[in-house]
Design a protein around this ligand. Structure first.
Ligand code: DC
Length: 223
């Protein structure tokens, strides 16, 4: 069974995807982590993320691996565990920039599809999992929330981690990432026609999880 969860940055899709994977013992595949790993390499190489040729050249000799871990996935870039290093706003932005390039997508999509097929039972999460990677997924969910709510969640999370951040800046960054992800030509962020749209604005995490759980269980009995 393949469960595909898509949605914008900060919609809560990663948290829900991980909870679902744990609940059913499915493999969790975080596709965004792979774009982030490429982004980290681009940053380290000092390449301009809008320079398609240079990014593609760099990708030719890039090895990315995802490994299931206790708390989600571990991400390896050319053999180095970069799981922590890729979780910054800056890398998220670069990831979104390089995700515009069709050749970058083609390669990562192929790997993501292979991972899902190998796992057989998987929760796969990203922007195009229900539209491009697994158009025949058994369950398709599109999670969303207002930009203000998403920025607020992110703000609280960063403050809790002791960081000095500005809500306004986070909101601007979220809107910019939405714009990049929604307007790119190849596989723009959008719900699959047969996706169930879940708006998490104003909802508690557990409430959303129960909603998704019911949906998945229903599909399981239909299979
Ligand atoms: O989900 P995330 O924030 O880790 O993703 C980072 C960026 O990677 C996102 O802004 C766009 C890109 N991405 C993508 O284009 N397709 C995916 N399936 C996953 C992520």
């Amino acid at each position: 069974m393949i469960i595909a969860i898509d949605g914008p940055a900060g919609s809560g899709k990663s948290t829900i995807a991980k909870m679902l994977a744990r609940e059913f013992g499915f493999t969790y595949i975080d596709t965004g982590a792979m774009y982030r790993a490429v982004a980290l390499k681009v940053k380290r190489a000092g390449i301009d993320p809008s320079d398609e040729k240079a990014v593609l050249k760099l990708m030719e000799n890039t090895d990315i691996k995802l490994e299931p871990a206790e708390n989600g996935v571990r991400v390896f870039l050319d053999g180095e565990d970069v799981s922590g290093l890729i979780r910054t706003e800056e890398i998220g932005k670069i990831a979104s920039q390089i995700a515009r390039f069709s050749q970058v997508r083609k390669r990562l999509v192929q790997m993501q599809r292979e991972l899902g097929l190998k796992a057989k039972n998987a929760v796969i999460e990203g922007r195009d999992t229900g539209t491009v990677i697994f158009p025949d997924a058994d369950v398709k969910i599109f999670m969303t929330a207002s930009p203000e709510e998403r920025a607020n969640r992110r703000y609280r999370e960063l403050v809790q981690r002791g960081l000095d951040v500005s809500y306004e800046k986070i909101l601007t960054e979220i809107k910019e990432r939405d714009r990049l992800d929604e307007t790119r030509k190849d596989s723009p962020l959008r719900p699959a026609e047969d996706a169930v749209i879940i708006d998490t604005t104003g909802k508690e995490l557990n409430q959303v999880f129960q909603e998704v759980l019911q949906l998945v269980k229903k599909r399981m009995t239909q299979k």
